[in-house]
Design a protein. Structure first.
Ligand SMILES: Cc1cc2nc3c(=O)[nH]c(=O)nc-3n(C[C@H](O)[C@H](O)[C@H](O)COP(=O)(O)OP(=O)(O)OC[C@H]3O[C@@H](n4cnc5c(N)ncnc54)[C@H](O)[C@@H]3O)c2cc1C
Length: 567
């Protein structure tokens, strides 16, 4: 089933739901007119449909592998990378001084999402590179920026991020990789990193690793970590890839899915690296890359949801089973329930993702602290809800296919296997939820409260047109506000953490209701109003149970001790 890029959906969301006109109205992004947006989305969509989507099965059937220590990528991936690079899609939001297009993150996020739908395992390569570009733009010295950014933005070189070690997963501060200063201002990096996505490839002239390591005088924990740029090949005097650095891919992981993306165990043996940011300031620098990647991974979930939905819909329109008006399964009530749920959640998660990107763009364009707080608040929600919707939609997509969903040829199972990791990497979804109720509520819940005020004001204004839907959204927002206030009043963090995951999900449900209501207002009597009615009537009420769960506190969670869990 060929992929069809949902360009009109983005255009509708930009215009009527997430307020992209505010971004285009800033001096920084004034070039992002509706015509330019349309041209970019159409062009990128075409590349995704024609070049990337046909590679999806290749990655699954012919995984990346090591051949005598040399990494070989899946058939067609080199050409796919070239098409992405030549289209300028890697450096879309990159600084024009270094060859980037300087476009809003909202556009990059949409293009990334389309690429994820078309071929997730290949898309992870430009995504990692984009994160590195942003980290270098913000934190690297001018010399490093001048040397590396043009090559990363053009796709001549690729970038990776190296945090994880066997004993340091979610607990990044437990890492043991070492950095020792050399006499010439560089550093010798030694250690092992695991699970490094696209740790190598056979289609770029260099692979640049951003590596977290500890200097000899670095304090234990996250405070003592520094960030280093460690290229596979050391640049020569002309800035070209020169002699090999002291690092290698030791092995590749055998995974449940995402086979086209090589997940590498990397060994650094006194490899030459350059400091990025300040000594011991590695986490702050890496957070730039991680926040970029979190939004990107949320988009991966939404993209896969789109791909899985399109597959399931096409199957339901063809499969004949039982007596229905059309003769196909699409007219069975339960199949309708599945498809409409998929479509409604896809819309909600995409709107949340783009609203987060709009906040990031507004922060970039205005430097306004409220926009920065909005972006920070929405990032864990966009990552978590986007990936949950990706997994749930892919899972439902398998169900719509019946037995054929379990048979690999249809591709339904691949979506499910590939997308599963998105809830795990870039900080597990549990860690994201903890971030929401802890760091993102350090302002006493002010940023959340401001957003809830806006949602309620919007619902108030919608009452005249859609009284029932507006009331439901208003009530849900009020309940979310009460739970937010309860959470913020908890000084024992475990009380907050115990309910973090259901709280985040309820927040996403309410945001989804808000965005569906906006869509209904812009499409009265149309399909978007009907979809909004489905979501607000049948899916938004989920927030009630979630918020009750969120306020139940920690004691019940720990009531069963470890022995009783094992009994
Ligand atoms: C395919 C793939 C690609 C990856 N790519 C990269 C990459 O490019 N670069 C990179 O650096 N890493 C990468 N990772 C690593 C990934 O980011 C980690 O797997 C992830 O952060 C979780 O760490 P962990 O696997 O050690 O799990 P653990 O940290 O051991 O977590 C196990 C469970 O415990 C929970 N948990 C842990 N700590 C807490 C806590 N404090 N509070 C509550 N719950 C907690 C987790 O949520 C999880 O459910 C990749 C992983 C995979 C599988």
């Amino acid at each position: 089933m060929p992929y069809r890029a949902p360009v009109q959906d983005y255009e509708f969301l930009f215009r009527h739901v997430v307020g992209f006109d505010r971004v285009a109205g800033t001096g920084r992004f004034e070039e992002a007119s509706p015509d330019l947006v349309s041209a970019i989305l159409t062009e990128a969509g075409k590349m995704c449909e024609e070049v990337m989507a046909p590679l999806q099965r290749n990655g699954d059937l012919h995984p990346a592998h090591l051949e005598n220590g040399v990494l070989r990528t899946s058939p067609g991936f080199a050409e796919g990378w070239r098409a992405i690079a030549e289209g300028g899609w890697i450096g879309m939001s990159g600084n024009p001084e270094y060859g980037g297009m300087g476009l809003p993150m909202t556009l990059t996020t949409s293009v990334n999402e389309m690429m994820s739908a078309a071929c997730l395992s290949l898309q992870l390569a430009p995504l990692m590179t984009q994160g590195q570009i942003e980290a270098l733009e913000h934190h690297a010295s001018a010399a490093l920026r001048d040397l590396y950014l043009p090559k990363l933005i053009s796709g001549e070189w690729a970038g990776t991020m190296n945090l994880t070690e066997p004993q340091a997963g979610s607990d990044v501060g437990a890492l043991s990789s070492k950095a020792v200063p050399n006499d010439d201002g560089t550093y010798a990096i030694t250690g092992q990193k695991i699970y490094i996505s696209w740790g190598d490839n056979d289609f770029t002239g260099n692979v640049c690793h951003l590596v977290l390591a500890r200097l000899p005088d670095g304090a234990p924990g996250t405070k003592g970590i520094s960030l280093f740029l460690v290229p596979k090949y050391l640049p020569d005097d002309a800035g070209n890839a020169g002699v090999a650095n002291s690092l290698k891919v030791v092995s590749l992981e055998h995974k449940m899915g995402l086979h086209g993306s090589p997940t590498c165990v990397m060994q650094y043996d006194g490899a030459t690296g350059w400091l990025v940011g300040k000594e011991h300031g590695g986490m702050a620098a890496m957070f730039t890359m991680m926040n970029n990647a979190r939004l990107g991974v949320g988009g991966q979930g939404v993209g896969v949801a789109e791909g899985a939905y399109q597959h399931a819909l096409a199957y339901a329109l063809e499969r004949k089973q039982g007596k229905t008006p059309s003769g196909t399964i699409i007219d069975h009530a339960d199949v309708r329930r599945m498809l409409t749920t998929m479509k409604a959640d896809l819309f909600a998660s995409r709107a949340i993702l783009l609203a987060c990107a709009v906040a990031i763009d507004m922060q970039t364009a205005t430097g306004d602290a409220d926009w920065a707080a909005r972006a920070a608040l929405l990032t864990p929600i966009a990552k978590t809800f986007g990936t949950e919707v990706g997994i749930e939609t892919a899972q439902t997509g398998v169900q719509v296919h019946g037995g054929m969903g379990f048979i690999e040829e249809t591709g339904a199972a691949q979506f499910y296997r590939d997308v599963r990791v998105t809830a795990i990497y870039e900080g597990t979804n549990g860690i994201q939820a903890m971030d929401l109720v802890a760091r993102k509520m350090m302002d006493g819940g002010e940023a959340a409260s401001r957003l809830l005020d806006e949602i309620e004001a919007h619902a108030e204004a919608a009452r005249a047109t859609f009284p029932e839907m507006a009331e439901a959204v208003w009530q849900a927002t009020e309940s979310l506000r009460e739970t937010t206030e309860w959470l913020v009043s908890q000084t024992d963090m475990n009380e907050r953490f115990a309910g973090a995951v259901p709280y985040l999900r309820a927040f996403a449900r309410v945001l989804g209701g808000h965005f569906h209501l906006a869509a209904a207002l812009a499409d009265r009597g149309g399909a978007r109003e009907k979809l909004a009615r489905f979501y607000i009537t049948r899916m938004l009420p989920e927030h009630v149970g979630l918020l009750e769960h969120a306020q139940s506190g920690a004691s019940g969670l720990f009531a069963l001790d470890a022995d009783e869990l094992s009994a």
